[in-house]
Design a protein around this ligand. Structure first.
Ligand code: B1M
Length: 210
């Protein structure tokens, strides 16, 4: 098994120290950082995402794998620099105003980063105007809103309305998700895409950015 396959396998097992060791080994073998990222770390994280989507992996496994990916990424970051891979796109992500739930939102972030997207995480309790401000500041392709409460999901409508009334209309897509959110709700408020889980959100975000 090549060192890149080893990294992918160890990441799927959530073995952070071993992932770090093998990333270092791969660098010592002269493998470019971008290749280690794409064929080792991101390949491993994609596989975890697929298993999660199929109900064959669970939240703790995803989080442990993401921790291993982040540890590997830390070693590569200084080498990726300007010659590094173009990010596939930029996503501004947050849990909407009034809502403190962030476990699902954090999973979405991990899956998106695992797909090579740059994620600007605004955290929880994010007012509509803040998404817009961040999207402008970071030239984002997507605003992604998570909500877990029926009382807060309407804040997503405010996000869509603000985007539509701004210069970002037509340029920035709005994605919505979270337990009470449905396809029907997404269509009703005029958001661009609803996705039911974090892995699908990451896939759709990549499609929207391409
Ligand atoms: Co609260 N809570 N909670 N809670 N909580 C729920 C959501 C609730 C369903 C429990 C219940 O009554 N059965 C209920 C909501 C009812 C409703 O409105 N329909 C509820 C309530 C009422 C409350 C409080 C109001 C309770 C109170 O204080 N009286 C309060 C609100 C605080 C606030 O936000 N202002 C509250 C507080 C909390 C805690 C702080 C204690 C804690 C949150 C901790 C944290 O997030 N850091 C908490 C928790 C943990 C839950 C439950 C138990 C679990 C939620 C969770 O993390 N699930 C939840 C009951 C339940 O769901 N069983 C509940 C795991 C997570 C991975 O799933 O976030 O759905 P989820 O994410 C999924 C998908 O939805 C999707 O991807 C993930 C899977 O891949 N997804 C997206 C999420 N965001 C997405 C975005 C996308 C795409 C997909 O695109 C952008």
């Amino acid at each position: 098994m090549s060192v890149l396959e080893e990294i992918s396998k160890l990441l799927q097992q959530g073995r952070m120290p071993a992932v770090k060791q093998n990333v270092t080994k791969a660098l010592e073998e002269g493998i470019p950082a971008t290749q280690i990222l794409e064929e080792g770390l991101l390949t491993g994280m994609s596989a975890v995402g697929e298993r999660f989507k199929a109900g064959k992996a669970f939240i703790p496994e995803v989080m442990i794998a993401a921790r291993a990916m982040n540890a590997g990424m830390e070693l590569l970051k200084p080498l990726l620099g300007e010659g590094g891979p173009e990010t596939k796109g930029t996503v501004v992500l947050g849990t909407v105003k009034g809502d403190q739930h962030d476990i699902g939102k954090n999973l979405v972030k991990m899956m998106m980063e695992g797909k090579g997207l740059k994620v600007i995480d605004l955290g929880v309790d994010v007012p509509a105007a803040r998404y817009l401000q961040a999207a402008q500041e970071h030239h984002a392709n997507i605003i992604a809103c998570s909500a877990l409460l029926t009382t807060t999901m309407n804040e997503m409508k405010a996000v869509v309305e603000l985007v539509n009334a701004s210069a970002l209309a037509g340029h920035v897509k709005v994605m919505v998700g979270g337990a009470p959110v449905t396809e029907e709700f997404c269509n009703r408020i005029g958001a661009d895409r609803y996705t039911p889980d974090a892995a699908t959100a990451a896939e759709v975000a990549c499609q929207l950015c391409s």
